[in-house]
Design a protein around this ligand. Structure first.
Ligand code: ZN
Length: 386
């Protein structure tokens, strides 16, 4: 397959240039300008589009069949997402089911943070996997990691009052100990108190991740009424990573603006897509567009949704999030629409930007799995139309 005529974004070079992408056997063969346009089985006309590595969603819920989840193979293609990092949908007691039913069988690539609670995320209608501390079994968690090192990339704890009751700090300490025992990063979800966000940050180490970093829920975010907490800058300096995790309550544009004003840009931009957040997330490019509206350059936005997250979970070693020769042929062909665009955060604040991203075509493993371009059969062909 030849994907030709697009503005290719290479996150490793952090630059865009007009080039073609040659694909064979599900891998990228080469990226070069003006490749000959004959001899291929299929062509994708990327004229006017940005050709990015397939998007890597660092915070998602894809344990399909579980209350909270979406199906990665349904949600991914229209969003340009080809790799999902599940943020703790399963704990040790259900990870085997998650692995069999989704991780090993989905066409999308899926890796996971393991929930410190062995029951994983409960239904959003119950919201309380940490309310019974016996479920947060450290030995069970460690054993599950050791048996699934190839797909478990960290430990997750939802340390907020709505999930933990009064147990947030104790669950966080247990997750801390497990992460240390298995030498993997800890991802902590911050939300309504308790714990206080400052107490959470105190327990994080370099390489750990705070997700919902732009939340304003319960006055427990990194900024309060426009004032950044001193702990936010200190955490950034210590090497704590900030992940967006937009979801249904994770993105307050006023908090994001305070962070940006202080020079704190989230390390990863992710959706926190789940069954109850589809109406606020809309699509991965929709979430990315909000960061364009905040003034983040396109290259910085895309790198935080491709190579950035791939590196954190070690998938860059297989070429995920890159366009290297030999990398999986996963591509997101995105349209940058330059027109006034209206956005809303998860606290009903409206804001606007001058452009937005939309998915035009998604290629996964060398096959077109989504094509949202207007039908122009005279000028473009691909495996769907040929
Ligand atoms: Zn989540």
């Amino acid at each position: 397959m030849l994907v030709f005529g697009g503005q290719v974004f290479d996150p490793e070079a952090h630059s865009r240039s007009l080039a073609d992408v040659e694909i064979a056997d599900g891998k990228i063969l080469r990226v070069a300008p003006a490749l000959p346009r004959d001899g291929y089985d299929a062509y994708v006309d990327a004229s006017g589009l940005i050709v990015s590595p397939g998007l890597v969603d660092f915070h998602s819920h894809v344990f399909a069949g579980q209350d909270l989840a979406v199906d990665p193979d349904v949600w991914g293609p229209p969003s340009g997402t080809t790799t999902f990092v599940d943020a703790g949908s399963a704990g040790a007691h259900l990870f085997g089911a998650f692995r069999r039913s989704v991780i090993d069988s989905a066409d999308s690539r899926v890796v996971a943070f393991l929930n410190i609670s062995t029951i994983g995320t409960t239904s959003i209608l119950l919201s309380g996997e940490l309310r019974t501390l016996a479920y947060s079994d450290e030995d069970a968690c460690v054993a599950c990691v050791e048996a699934n090192r190839d797909r478990i990339v960290g430990i997750k704890v939802r340390a907020s009052g709505d999930v933990a009751g009064a147990n947030g700090m104790e669950a966080l300490r247990r997750a801390r100990r497990v992460a240390d025992r298995v030498s993997l990063p800890l991802m902590v979800h911050v939300g309504p108190k308790l714990p206080e966000v400052d107490d959470i940050l105190d327990l994080l180490r370099p390489g750990d991740i705070m997700t919902h970093c732009c939340t304003g829920l319960g006055d427990n975010g990194l900024a309060l009424e426009g004032e950044l907490r001193p702990s936010a800058l200190a955490a950034q300096e210590r090497g704590i990573r900030f992940d967006v995790g937009h979801g249904m309550g994770g993105f307050d544009v006023t908090v994001a603006r305070s962070m940006f004003a202080a020079g704190i840009v989230p390390d990863t931009i992710s959706t926190d897509i789940h069954a109850y957040s589809t109406h606020t997330v809309l699509s991965f490019p929709s979430v990315l567009s909000k960061f364009l509206a905040l003034g983040l350059p396109l290259e910085d936005v895309l790198s935080r949704a491709t190579l950035g997250p791939a590196r954190i979970v070690g998938l860059d070693r297989e070429g995920v999030g890159t366009l290297r020769p030999g990398a999986p042929a996963d591509l997101a062909l995105l349209r940058l629409v330059a027109e006034p665009s209206a956005f809303v955060d998860t606290r009903e604040h409206d804001f606007t930007g001058s452009e937005r991203l939309e998915t035009a075509v998604t290629v996964r493993g060398g096959a077109v799995v989504f094509d949202g371009r207007p039908t122009t059969p005279a000028t473009s062909t691909d495996r769907n139309s040929s």
